[in-house]
Design a protein around this ligand. Structure first.
Ligand code: MG
Length: 318
């Protein structure tokens, strides 16, 4: 039903006709996959529990971005010589924690040796809700919302790079800083929110924020053939981000930092009131609107165009 180019693919499982014992209307399946490569996405001295958690969580987030329920996962893991059993136990512990928290079962995979680096590839299969939310579907006049707060993960990455990734977990005492770093290492996919949004019937498009707000809003605009205006002063920021982010670009880091794994979605312009009453369980912020035309623009409080300094997500440079 949906192929390459959205957060997950959508397929209809073949179902035997009712008169042959089939169940009739079987829910479509959502399928997504993502890889983490040592020295591209993570370093070996980062905590393996967090790595295991994140490898699964980012895939779960793509199912959440379709409004679906994640169910099963497959794991392919390649490890070089010299990786201890303890390291692998800790990696699995983190992954199993994320799986348990979101009700997924491991149904297969593969393990191989690798010449030098660790490679982790995860595939998640989920079940679609009645409404499947795609990147396309936004129309001029729709209102843009985002869950949670933005920029924490990108700030956490910069903090980690600055202080050395290795001993952060033991070393960091400051609670605000710890929360920020955790948002980078252990993102929480917004599954419950995604399902509530899909069922509300007022959402016209949705994506999860992996590349950064502006880049991912750009994906919605491209697929929906519309433009967007974002209000810089409405971007939701955590207390920790407000107090620690100045050195790293402040609001610009929140606009283009990436790896927030929050849900970015558009609400039918005529149904904003209904949305606000129906999706009460979803903590979200109204940050802009869909316009005619092309491209994403950011305006400041003064109504002036705001040109963000490029601070888009960059992987570790290895
Ligand atoms: Mg995605």
């Amino acid at each position: 039903m949906v192929g390459i180019g959205d957060d997950a693919a959508v397929i209809t499982p073949p179902s035997p006709p009712l008169n042959k014992g089939g169940m009739g209307g079987v829910a479509p399946l959502l399928i997504t996959t993502d890889s983490l490569v040592e020295d591209v996405h993570f370093r070996r001295d980062s905590p393996p529990e967090a790595l295991g958690w994140k490898a699964l969580a980012v895939n779960i987030s793509d199912i959440a971005a379709m409004g679906g329920m994640p169910k099963h996962y497959l794991l392919s893991l390649s490890v070089p010589e010299g990786i201890s059993v303890d390291y692998l136990d800790r990696l699995f512990a983190g992954m199993t924690d994320a799986a348990r928290r979101h009700g997924l079962s491991l149904i297969g995979g593969d393990t191989t040796s690798s010449p030098d680096r660790i490679y982790i590839s995860v595939t998640v299969i989920g079940e679609a809700s009645k409404n499947i939310l795609l990147r396309k579907g936004a129309k001029a006049g729709d209102q843009i919302f985002v869950t949670g707060t933005l920029g924490d993960s990108a700030l956490g990455l910069r903090m980690l790079e600055e202080s050395g990734v290795g001993s952060w977990e033991l070393g960091v005492k400051d609670l605000k800083l710890k929360t920020i770093i955790n948002r980078h290492l252990r993102p929480v996919p917004r599954v419950k929110e995604g399902i509530l949004l899909a069922n509300s019937g007022t959402i016209t498009s949705m994506i999860d924020i992996s590349d950064g707000l502006l880049a991912d809003l750009g994906h919605i605009c491209e697929e929906s053939k519309v433009g967007a205006t974002v209000w810089a002063d409405k971007i939701p920021l955590s207390k920790g981000f407000k107090s620690l982010s100045d050195r790293f670009g402040g609001i610009d880091l929140a606009l283009s930092g990436g790896e927030d794994y929050e849900l970015l979605f558009t609400v039918n312009g005529k149904e904003v009131k209904n949305f606000l009453s129906e999706a009460k369980g979803v903590k979200s912020t109204h940050i802009g609107e869909i316009t005619k035309g092309k491209g994403v623009r950011v305006v400041g409080k003064d109504g002036q165009l705001h040109i963000p300094q490029r601070s888009g997500y960059e992987h570790f440079k290895g």
